[in-house]
Design a protein around this ligand. Structure first.
Ligand SMILES: Cc1cc2nc3c(=O)[nH]c(=O)nc-3n(C[C@H](O)[C@H](O)[C@H](O)COP(=O)(O)OP(=O)(O)OC[C@H]3O[C@@H](n4cnc5c(N)ncnc54)[C@H](O)[C@@H]3O)c2cc1C
Length: 517
């Protein structure tokens, strides 16, 4: 294997084989590029699980300016308007490009787009495929295109464990494979490792999505931004299986309502009702459950008997649990779904470390602000992949210096981190729950154990959440329920997170000591 690896020296290395990574690789062609995917393509990518679709102003009554306005409103003051405008304006062309790559989106009988409606969108603008199988169809087409592109070297079962950095510049990637450690000598790395749901107990994400890209970037010295903003999906299927299957927002867009176990429709009087922004719906469901109720999505009237045809994936998992959505309310609960924060990047995807780019959910572009508008994430990954690829291709590198193989950090295991984060960084947080989380995570993050990288990512999120003394978008502090007049993005790096955590732990310990009789 290492003989073959040395032939790949100097090529850009993409870490992650979801929509963001594969699209970046395709845009880089014909430049030779390497894609590392820790699992077989599609097996552990959120991209494949996307149900609702991809937001783009394709309708005759729609325009990118309207899409932008909805995105900014959902983002609760933290969107970067210039970035968001550029991305939503590029969305319709990105959809057409996916069609050229072979993605079969749903069409009306007259050939026009069949556009769905999701929460906080003022227009029907969700392009979808096979009803609720959009991600599967997009990934089918992208995987096929990548496998048929000879200049893309795809290495499945290879997991990036560390980036090699000299003088704040990338010089290599250290990875694990079944044949042992590998070093890729390269000055260009694109992180496309997806989200963080796998750091929590209740999440809709594949279990393998636990923020490895954030750990890679943090160890490399990169800045990360807005990490405290985590989106909880209000309607994950409330059953025993983990990850939790998702009941897409499109079902509410089709008229399904939220009721509790007494049959009361508790969102009816809220502005936007069931289609209010996700954070508002998630908090309402969370509170209802905290009061001892179960919550259900009632799709018996809308879409009613059409449910199985419109939502075959949801229908299938409901059936396995003995539920027929045309006759029975679907039990639902909030679950960690999407990370708005991530590696801080500029408009071309460049991080603060030379030679390090990021794309997709792991990045923080400024599109989502404090709360992502539904179906804006696949779109962001697909749109930004082109700009990242153009930026990477524009960087000429000299002869790369070969590295000796270094000792690999241990294979990461987030299992002991999950209950800690689930307790302290839920839909509702406060100073005490966050401080307790930091207290528990700090020693694990400082260890060299299997949980240290997952704990480090959790710690960076917790320190960011501790410092934000307000409620905004996906970050709700019960001790600071108001929103500050000025919207300011947060920014953190590894050293600041560890120093911040140390201070918080010391202060908490001192105050506990002084409170003792
Ligand atoms: C159930 C569900 C439904 C969703 N529905 C929608 C929707 O309808 N519309 C929408 O816009 N968004 C939706 N989202 C969000 C959207 O799917 C994701 O934000 C998006 O697909 C992320 O793409 P990505 O390429 O960044 O990451 P992913 O698709 O998650 O891919 C990341 C890849 O990186 C690999 N990887 C991770 N770490 C390493 C490593 N160290 N080394 C090598 N490989 C690594 C993983 O194995 C994976 O293959 C949904 C998400 C979920 C979970």
């Amino acid at each position: 294997m290492s003989m073959k690896i040395s032939k790949l020296a100097g090529r850009p290395v993409i870490v992650g084989g979801g929509a963001a990574g594969l699209m970046t690789a395709l845009h880089l062609a014909p430049e030779p590029v390497v894609v590392l995917s820790k699992s077989p393509l599609g097996a552990e990518a959120s991209s494949l699980w996307a149900q609702g679709g991809l937001a783009a102003a394709m309708g005759e009554d729609d325009a990118p300016a309207l899409h932008l306005a909805d995105t900014i409103a959902a983002g609760a003051g933290l969107c970067d308007e210039a970035v968001a405008s550029r991305i939503v304006n590029a969305a319709p062309a990105a959809v057409e490009n996916l069609v050229r790559l072979g993605v079969a989106f749903d069409r009306r009988p007259d050939g026009g787009w069949r556009l769905g409606l999701e929460a906080a969108h003022g227009r029907n603008r969700i392009v979808h495929a096979t009803g609720d199988g959009t991600g599967r169809e997009i990934m089918r087409a992208l995987i096929s295109a990548v496998r048929n592109t000879p200049w893309i070297t795809l290495l499945e079962g290879v997991e990036a464990r560390r980036l090699i950095v000299e003088d704040n510049a990338i010089t290599g990637v250290l990875a694990a494979s079944e044949d042992g450690p590998l070093v890729f000598d390269t000055e260009r790395v694109i992180i496309a490792t997806g989200g963080i749901g796998g750091l929590f107990l209740d999440s809709t994400n594949p279990a393998g999505c636990y923020g490895q890209g954030l750990a890679l970037a943090a160890h490399a010295g990169a800045r990360l931004s807005d990490l405290e903003f985590i989106q909880f999906h209000p309607t994950a299927f409330d059953g025993p299986s983990r990850p939790l299957p998702l009941v897409t927002e499109a079902v509410r867009g089709d008229g399904a309502t939220l009721i509790d176990d007494t049959g009361q429709r508790f969102m009816a009087d809220e502005p936007g009702a069931e289609l209010a922004p996700r954070d508002i719906v998630a908090r309402a469901v969370w509170r209802r459950r905290a009061e001892g109720h179960r919550v259900f999505l009632d799709a018996r009237t809308h879409p009613g008997s059409d449910f199985a045809r419109r939502y075959p994936v949801i229908s299938a998992f409901c059936k396995m649990a003995g539920i027929n959505p045309a006759n029975d309310p679907i039990p639902v609960r909030p679950a960690v779904h999407y990370h708005m924060g991530g590696i801080a990047i500029d408009g071309e995807g460049r991080s603060s470390v030379k030679g390090l780019w990021a794309c997709g959910e792991v990045s923080r572009t400024g599109l989502h602000g404090a709360n992502r508008l539904a179906s804006n994430s696949l779109m962001e990954a697909i749109v930004c992949a082109r700009w990242v690829a153009e930026s990477v291709a524009g960087v000429s590198t000299g002869r790369v210096r070969p590295h000796a193989i270094e000792a690999l950090p241990r294979a990461p295991d987030p299992s002991i981190v999950r209950p800690i984060l689930a307790d302290g960084l839920g839909v509702l947080r406060d100073r005490d729950t966050i401080a307790h989380t930091i207290h528990n995570l700090f020693p694990i993050a400082c260890s060299r154990g299997a949980a240290s990288d997952p704990a480090l990512v959790g710690l960076m999120i917790a320190v960011s959440a501790f410092r934000r003394e307000e409620s905004r978008g996906g970050h709700y502090r019960t001790d600071f329920p108001g929103t500050l007049p000025a919207a300011v993005s947060s920014s953190i790096n590894l050293a600041e997170a560890l120093n911040g955590a140390n201070e918080i732990v010391e202060t908490e310990t001192a105050s506990l000591r002084s409170a003792r009789p």
